[in-house]
Structure formats: structure tokens, C-alpha cells
Design a binder for this molecule. Sequence first.
Ligand code: 5AD
Ligand code: SF4
Length: 442
Amino acid sequence: MKTFYIETFGCQMNVHDSEKVIGTLITEGYTQVEQPEAADLILYNTCSIRDKAEQKVFNRLQQFNKEHGKGKVFGVLGCVAQQEGEKIFDRAPHVSLVAGSASYTKLPQMLVQLESGNRRVTGLNLDTEETFETPFASRDNPHRAYITIIEGCDKSCAYCVVPFTRGPERSRTSQAVMAEARELARMGYTEIQLLGQNVNSYRDPSPVAWDFARLLRAMGEIDGIRRVRFTTSHPRDFVKDIIDAIDENPVLCNHVHLPVQSGSDSVLNRMQRLYTRDEYMRRIEWMKKARRNISITTDIIVGFPGETEADFQATLSLLDSVEYDSLFSFKYSKRPNTTALSLPDQVDEDEKGRRLAILQEKQRSIQIHHNSALVGTIEEAMVEGYNQATAQWIGRTSQNRTLNFTHALIPSPGHGDTLAGKYLNVRVTRAGPNSLAGEAVL
Ligand code: 5AD
Ligand code: SF4
């Protein structure tokens, strides 16, 4: 049993966890294959943030088992594993491994147990101070690399499973994080994305005790690193020093994702978000007053229990006040263990759908307006690849906008010419709600 297949659901933390899991499996003598049919060990790294995400995992397990599952070993990793625990063995008896992210340091031992025929292997202990340190993470993208700086979450937002699935906050030492970043720069990576459920509460456990802004400044000074991004931020722990650091150094990308969830104080209070709309707006003002043009994005939940029409209107008015560059919006979904489960006045599904559509339509017009203002400007794009269908290079700006463009001298990849990984100036010629298009400046 030495080949494995892994499929990943969910957020960037999960994507990067998988990169580390793959690195660990390869170190243990396994080979990754691209098709589950060809694998001895099939792993699903799962997400349980909303009910739909969780259902996907069980559908995948049933579907594959029926068709091609004979003789294979199945493992469920990640947030559904942690949340459902050994119940997964009842629901999907062909599963042999159930492990949450706080147990990945024990993967080598768990693999030994699987190899010796144990068909009920678990890693479900959340009570840990360890972070998942791997000598090797298998990174797919040759230019952009994720680095975890903090695992877990100590907040208790009323709707959220993460504190139950990823355990308490644990920060890595700044020395380990910096060493990883320098090594990545040496290998040719130019963009680093710092990851954590709440990067703002990063606190170096070693005596130097760096906070997040200090770490960010140090990252911006590494030779060879041209862009540093971070996600995700909690408004409560978001301090002005972070904006000052971004203002000081163009290597730190001018984009902040600051999830607000709702524009209504009473909803924010019941969500246990620990800030008011005014306190949130103060952070937005810091960004609007910054020297650099900082792009602001957010997450919003509609239909949280007890959300009235007036509460929803408050969220719409917040969209007008902030003018986000982009947002992710979700219908509230009931999650096990969370305090919101027992709140009265659940909003019905149709009403959630109606609110979501109104919110998205409003945001779409804000984005059209914002993006059209960029026509005629010159933006630096990091080239991510090439789109055959549109015959355009795919680029991304520091503000994290997609900027697709043509290049008069290198119209397409071929003959050893590729622009992937390069940083080019592009003149913006067209704008849509979700992306920009332009021509490379020669
Ligand atoms: N229902 C709907 N959306 C949720 N999110 C987190 N939990 C839930 C839930 N129970 C959203 C939040 C968060 C994003 C990652 O997912 O907006 O910021
Ligand atoms: Fe999904 Fe949240 Fe877990 Fe990420 S941390 S995989 S978004 S449940």
C-alpha cells in the first residue's frame, strides 16, 4: 500500500494542510497519484464550514466506494473528521482513518497503524500546543507559497465550527516562519501568503514575542520576495500598525480581507463578533486614509437567526459606506456545537435566498463602478498562467484583482517562452464586475 490520492475541500488553510500532508506521505515512502482509481490510500481533506460543504464529503465517499472502492483504504481528514469523529465509521464503514488537523503531527504513526491492518485509526485530540511542522510541503504553484503562522481559533463566533474543528490558537515561532520564508525565496518563490484563522492574533511564543505587524515587516524585507499577502483577519484584533506596515513597504500587498459578517449591531452582538459597526468602520477609515490605495474585501452572512429586514438593510448600507472591492456572501447555515443553533427566530431559506440575491446585485454594481475607474491606469501584474480559450495571459495585481492581458511580443506560451511567474506592467483597457483586461506595456 504505497500510492495515495488526496482531494481537498474548503479554505486555503486546508489547501496548505494538504500540501503538508502530501509532503509527510512522500517522506514516509508514498507516491501521489492523480486518479483515485490508481491509489491504494484515498484521502479527503474536508470542510464543514457550511452544511453543503459537509454533504459534499459524504457524497464523495459513497459515490467512490460504490464504483471503485474495493480493496482501497479510505481516510477522512480535516474539519468534518474532527467534527463528526468516530461517527464517520458508522456512516461510512469503509473509512479506516479519521483525523483532524490538530493531529497531523501524528500522521506517520497513524500510517504505520493503517499499514499493519488497523481499520479504525483516529487522530481526534484537540488538546494540543503543537503546530504542524513538516520538513517538506509539496507546493503546486512554483511562484506563490503559503506559510501557516498560526493554527486554531480562540474566538467563539456563534455560527462557526472552526474553534471546534481546529482547536485552540497556536502560533509558530517567528524564527521557524522566517526560516521557511527565506528557504522559499532561495527556491525561487516570489510571493508569500501568510495563513491563519486569525493572523492578527499572531504572537511569537519565543522570547522576542513578535506581534503580527512585526512579522509582516520582517517578511517584507526578505531578498527575492516581491509580494506578501495574509489571510484571514478578525476586526477585533486588527490594529493600525498593520496598515502602517503596508504603507511603508510596497512588498506588502495593498489588499486587506476584513470579514464583517453583518452591518447591524444587534446581529453582530448575537454573533459574538466582539465589535460594533462603528468600531469596524474605524478600521476601514484607517485603510481609506492610508497613503497607498488599499483594496478591501469581506465576508457576509445573511439570514443569521433573528436578522430582521432592518438588520439586513443595515448590512446593505454598510456596503455603500465601505464600497468593498469584492465580497464573499453566504446564507447562514446551522452548524453542530455552535451557540447559534439554539437561537430563536431562524430565517427561512427562501428569505435567505432573497437577501443574498439583493446583496450580491448591489455589490456587483459597486464592483463595476470601482473596476471601471481603473481603465487607463497601469498596474503591475504577476503572471499566473495562460488562458487558451481567450488567448490572454492571466495576471493578478497587488490588490488581488484578476487582470487578463495580451502581450504583443509573446502572444502565447510556446518555443520556451512563458511569462508565468513574471511581474509585468499592464495598461488596463477594459473592466468587468469581476476582472480587468489590458495590454502589457512593452
Ligand atoms: N453559515 C454561513 N456562513 C458561515 N461562515 C462561517 N460559518 C458560517 C455558517 N455557519 C462564513 C463566514 C466566514 C466564512 C469563511 O464563512 O462569513 O467568514
Ligand atoms: Fe472549512 Fe473552516 Fe475548516 Fe477551512 S477551517 S476547512 S473553511 S471548516
